[in-house]
Write a protein that binds this ligand. Structure first.
Ligand SMILES: Nc1ncnc2c1ncn2[C@@H]1O[C@H](COP(=O)(O)OP(=O)(O)OP(=O)(O)O)[C@@H](O)[C@H]1O
Ligand SMILES: [Mg+2]
Length: 113
């Protein structure tokens, strides 16, 4: 009941030209509420990819992802966005700045309506 994030048999592959990169292979993970965890691994091991899946910003190739026992991996982008904007904060490795700076200030008010 106090499950926060759960990944079940999650696989993620990227296709670049003729090459398939298997980034995440059969990942199983469960975190509980009020738990603090760190994901560590060498560069390219898939940490950012895992965060993108957990935040619903990327779709897994296969497997299931749950946030508070709701399966986000089968939700539409709009449904996941609603859960993300209320519950999930991500500090990106890259800045993802929006070209017009005031948009950073106005965007949250638009999305919170
Ligand atoms: N959009 C993408 N298209 C193709 N390959 C990708 C994409 N994003 C990540 N990869 C590949 O997936 C693998 C894992 O990348 P990821 O960025 O998740 O690793 P990381 O553990 O966060 O690395 P770092 O410590 O350098 O941040 C790498 O081989 C990377 O090149
Ligand atoms: Mg990274």
């Amino acid at each position: 009941m106090d499950s926060l994030l759960k990944l079940k048999n999650v696989n993620l592959k990227y296709q670049t030209g003729n090459d398939t990169i298997k980034v995440l292979k059969n990942v199983n993970l469960e975190t509980k509420k009020n738990e603090s965890i760190s994901i560590v691994g060498e560069s390219g091991s898939g940490k950012t990819s895992l965060i993108m899946l957990a935040g619903g910003l990327e779709k897994a190739t296969s497997g299931k992802i749950f946030f508070e026992d709701q399966e986000i991996s089968k939700m539409s982008e709009d449904e996941v966005s609603k859960i993300r904007r209320k519950n999930i904060g991500i500090v990106f490795q890259s800045f993802y700045l929006i070209p017009v700076s005031y948009t950073h200030l106005t965007l949250p008010t638009i999305y919170s309506v």
